[in-house]
Design a protein around this ligand. Structure first.
Ligand SMILES: [Zn+2]
Length: 54
């Protein structure tokens, strides 16, 4: 299925994704969370998903 990046508006194909999955936009590299699969909805993933430490 085709997804559209909410950050850069690039269209790309995603296969076998699940709700809650994090994918990277192949164009701008931003992390996107799969909000819904049917229809496919992507949103920018929260930035603080990983603790990088200080
Ligand atoms: Zn993008």
């Amino acid at each position: 299925m085709t997804a559209t990046c909410p950050e850069c508006a690039a269209e790309f194909t995603l296969d076998d994704v699940m709700e809650g999955e994090i994918v990277d936009c192949p164009e701008c590299g931003v992390e996107l969370e799969v909000i819904s699969v049917e229809p496919l909805v992507l949103e920018l993933a929260p930035e603080e998903e990983e603790d990088w430490g200080e």
